[in-house]
Design a protein around this ligand. Structure first.
Ligand SMILES: [Fe+2]
Ligand SMILES: [Fe+2]
Ligand SMILES: [Fe+2]
Length: 421
């Protein structure tokens, strides 16, 4: 019997932030830099540690609503043209996970200018002070370039911040920033390539551990952040999660293991965050380079989840879904006995979902055709034949379970595309 995992929530969220910043060298470490700067200014202002923790999380997630690489790059302009759309999208995603609801509120207004006090409200809604702090931290991170040694940039960055005090930034927060700016360690931290290992030491993060239930809802949020980037696969992970859970139940997994399969299904394509949405969405044939970039996604799922303690079983079930029983899969070329049963179930769930789900450019396969394709893969020793036999036996139950899950997340996707108000 596998014990219930206890997953540190902060670590998992920082890993999501790492994944998002792998998408281009232009944004590497950006989220962590903003987390570091915002919480440092928060500490300088003497904010309670609870608020500092929120600033770390909001910093680590603030551009989560910028779904394409173009949107991400656009946010790096000091005075971006239409900055509020990605902030609103980020808010809509984050508010679905209850423990992050206050963080969602900070993210929502992270581009609202202070406007000599007028920025305490935006479109009739109260803007939290933390949003203004996040704004300042984000713009400082954008002003620091990778092209030049950091201490030589301090004067220029400070001048720019002071110039925008009052109009863009809250003067009180600018003062706190300026007193921090006299200390070299602050800047060396921002520019450090290993900011990811500095950050947890610099901030006293509360340890919030997630059991199965908490992990399930956070993993579901992750799945939407992964899937909503491409309209082709907007509900894919929820279909894989449901299929994997259902197959595991028919195979005789315990209820806890079935929930773990579901979590692994939500996370299986986590590494796709490192793939620009422009490639995922490309209507034409992919070049060899683009195909290789897509292929790297399971490696990133594995290496990102590997850093989190107690997640090893779920990681193996999630990350080996393109491995094959005959060792011809990728990227590890595990075979037979090296592939846990959960990973083999995930591989079946992934193919099954991919071929039966409707996509904007084609209908899903009929059950006969889908079973033929899966059987062929089992005959070629790519998938496990006993799992395929079981799927054949319970095809309608597994398929309707998958379909219901994808219909529900399809509705959530529509709401996300057309926010009310
Ligand atoms: Fe932003
Ligand atoms: Fe940003
Ligand atoms: Fe995949």
């Amino acid at each position: 019997m596998i014990k219930e995992p206890q997953i540190p929530m902060f670590d998992l969220i920082l890993s999501l932030s790492t994944a998002m910043d792998l998408v281009s060298s232009a944004v590497v470490n950006h989220h962590k830099q903003v987390a570091y700067i915002a919480s440092s200014i928060g500490a300088e202002l003497g904010l309670p540690s609870e608020q500092q923790n929120e600033l770390v999380l909001a910093g680590a997630l603030h551009d989560i609503g910028a779904l394409s690489l173009k949107d991400r790059i656009d946010t790096l302009q000091f005075e971006a043209e239409k900055p509020h759309h990605h902030a609103e999208c980020g808010y809509l995603l984050l508010k679905m996970f209850e423990p992050l609801s206050s963080v969602a509120a900070l993210v929502r207004f992270h581009h609202v200018p202070w406007s000599e006090g007028g920025g305490s409200e935006f479109k009739g809604k109260q803007v939290p002070m933390g949003s203004h702090l996040l704004h300042l931290a984000d713009r400082v991170a954008v002003l620091v370039t990778k092209q030049q040694e950091v201490l030589g940039q301090v004067k220029r960055v400070c001048e720019s911040v002071v110039e925008h005090s009052g109009k863009m930034f809250m003067p009180e927060q600018v003062d706190a920033f300026m007193s921090l700016a006299t200390k070299e360690y602050f800047w060396l931290g921002i520019a450090s390539p290993s900011i990811g290992s500095i950050l947890p030491g610099r901030v006293r993060l509360a340890t919030i551990e997630l059991g199965i239930k908490g992990l399930l809802s956070l993993a579901k949020l992750f799945s939407q952040i992964i899937d909503f980037r491409s309209r082709f696969t907007a509900t894919h992970s929820s279909g894989v999660a449901a299929s994997a859970e259902s197959l595991a139940r028919f195979i005789g997994f315990s209820e806890r293991e079935c929930q773990m399969m579901k979590i692994a299904g939500y996370l299986h394509d986590l590494g796709k965050l490192a793939v620009p949405a422009e490639i995922l969405d490309k209507p034409a044939k992919l070049t060899e380079d683009e195909f290789n970039i897509i292929k790297s996604h399971t490696f990133y799922t594995y290496s990102i989840l590997e850093t989190i303690s107690d997640l090893d079983v779920i990681n193996a079930w999630a990350s080996f879904h393109h491995e094959s029983l005959d060792g011809k899969g990728y990227p590890f070329h595990h075979k037979g006995e090296d592939l846990p049963l959960g990973s083999q179930i995930m591989a079946v769930a992934d193919v099954f979902t991919a071929i039966t789900e409707d996509r904007p450019y084609r209908k899903g396969m009929t059950s006969d055709r889908a079973l033929q394709v899966l059987q062929q893969m089992a005959d070629n020793s790519a998938l496990d034949s006993s799992i395929i036999s079981l799927l054949r036996l319970h095809f309608d139950e597994v398929n309707s379970f998958r379909r219901a899950a994808q219909a529900a997340s399809g509705e959530e996707y529509q709401q996300f595309l057309r926010p009310e108000g």
